[in-house]
Design a protein around this ligand. Structure first.
Ligand SMILES: Cc1ncc(COP(=O)(O)O)c(C=O)c1O
Length: 401
């Protein structure tokens, strides 16, 4: 019977970026090949043992096994406020302006569901981390893309999209931004982020900034926050929220925990929705995350150097292997690689499939990140240099064949 009903929320979503080549990967693995899988951005190193020790300790306390308020434990909201104060000199009220989420992906998508409706207009990057376009689409919003990774400045790209929308008689309700950006590795300076924030403010839209790679900007110790971009943070709070995830800074991807701060109404709407949907992340995990925010900068710094080194190793290895036009990323844990000219006709799914079948190396096809990604593939830096060197050697033979 189910086939006679439309499923409007699921039906609007294209196949998820990381599953479209699963069948090709499974076929290669089934024939016993040693696939080097650089597809999903899944940190390969474990969470630092000091953070895991906090989890063990808190898990031994019986009262921590209960339900807790959906907004998140005060201990973690307080630690978030300290983190913002220390890094970005921005003050947040943990009661009203901070909510803890089960990862940034959950928080951002449910924020969209809480504040958007059918017929609204959201501006999202193209290419982008899939939830930046998928979150608004699930909520029924129309999505207007602005291009990333093209050399056009982020504020100009967003201004251009705002103007396009206005010229069609529409108004943008939400703008989603993400720097350092997945998948392109593009970063912004503090000044450029200030221009971007001012452009959104002038348009009257709300802003959602995804700061998942706060610690993975290769030019600066911390990537800039919208709450420390030259526009007074109290003004930015009038229309914006920011998400910070524990996944990449502390290698806690599987723990599912992030924090969102900013505009009281937006945070309140998300927290309100979450009272219906969940009781928050397991309390011991929240205590461990609070400890990481207070004490974890040293680990984040180490992971940043790890990814920077791997990015250099992969880009130089692929360049030597005959892959043209590669640039080192300025941040994140990815290399965004233009598909060599003679394979471009295959499209990114066709090319990735060929790479998997012929070289036993997997990447993510660029089109999985949006229509603007189709000329590229994304390599996740989740292997050490010797294995990356092996991947480059296989690709050298593939390109030469
Ligand atoms: C830009 C961006 N935001 C958010 C996430 C996911 O964050 P979380 O694990 O907290 O859901 C990722 C993961 O790759 C990402 O690339």
């Amino acid at each position: 019977m189910s086939q006679v009903w439309p499923f409007p929320r699921a039906d609007v979503l294209p196949p998820y970026a990381f599953v479209v080549t699963d069948a090709a990967k499974a076929k290669v693995v089934a024939r016993g090949a040693d696939l080097i899988d650089l597809g999903l951005g899944n940190p390969d190193r474990p969470t630092p043992k000091e953070i895991v020790a906090q989890l063990h300790e808190q898990a031994d306390i019986g009262k921590n096994h209960r339900y807790f308020p959906g907004r998140g434990l005060p201990a973690l909201r307080d630690a978030t406020a300290r983190w913002y104060q220390r890094r970005y000199q921005a003050a947040f009220d943990p009661e009203r302006e901070i909510v803890i989420t089960m990862g940034a992906k959950e928080g951002m998508s449910h924020l969209c569901l809480a504040i958007l409706k059918e017929g609204d207009m959201t501006l999202a990057p193209d290419p982008c981390y899939p939830i930046h376009a998928g979150g608004p689409a699930i909520a029924g919003s129309d999505v207007e893309f602005y291009r990333t990774g093209t050399g056009l400045s982020p504020s100009q790209a967003i201004k251009g999209a705002i103007d396009r929308v206005l010229s069609r008689g529409r108004r943008p309700k939400l703008v989603i931004a993400n720097y350092p950006q997945n998948p392109t590795g593009e970063v912004v300076t503090r000044e450029e982020l200030g221009r971007l924030v001012s452009a959104v403010e002038a348009s009257g839209a709300m802003l959602l900034n995804d700061l998942a790679y706060a610690d993975l900007d290769f030019q600066h110790r911390y990537a800039p926050s919208i709450f420390d971009c030259g526009v007074p943070f109290e003004r930015v709070k009038a229309f914006a929220v920011e998400a910070f995830s524990m996944s990449k800074s502390y290698n806690m991807a599987g723990w599912r925990i992030a924090t969102m701060v900013g505009n009281e109404r937006m945070i309140g709407a998300l927290a309100h929705l979450k009272t219906y949907l969940d009781y928050g992340t397991f309390a011991p995990l929240q205590y461990a995350a609070a400890w990481a925010l207070d004490h974890g900068d040293q680990f984040a710094e180490g992971f940043r150097e790890l990814y920077r080194g791997r990015a250099q190793a992969l880009v130089s290895g692929l360049t030597r292997a005959g892959w043209p036009g590669l640039d080192e990323p300025r941040g994140t844990m990815f290399v965004w690689a233009p598909i060599p000219e003679r394979f471009r006709g295959l499209g990114s799914i066709g090319f990735t499939t060929k790479l998997i079948e012929d070289a036993q190396v997997a990447a993510s096809p660029g089109v999985g990140f949006g229509p603007g990604g189709d000329g590229h593939v994304r390599f996740a830096l989740i292997e050490d240099p010797p294995r990356l060197a092996e991947a480059c050697e296989r690709i050298r033979k593939f390109l030469a064949s």
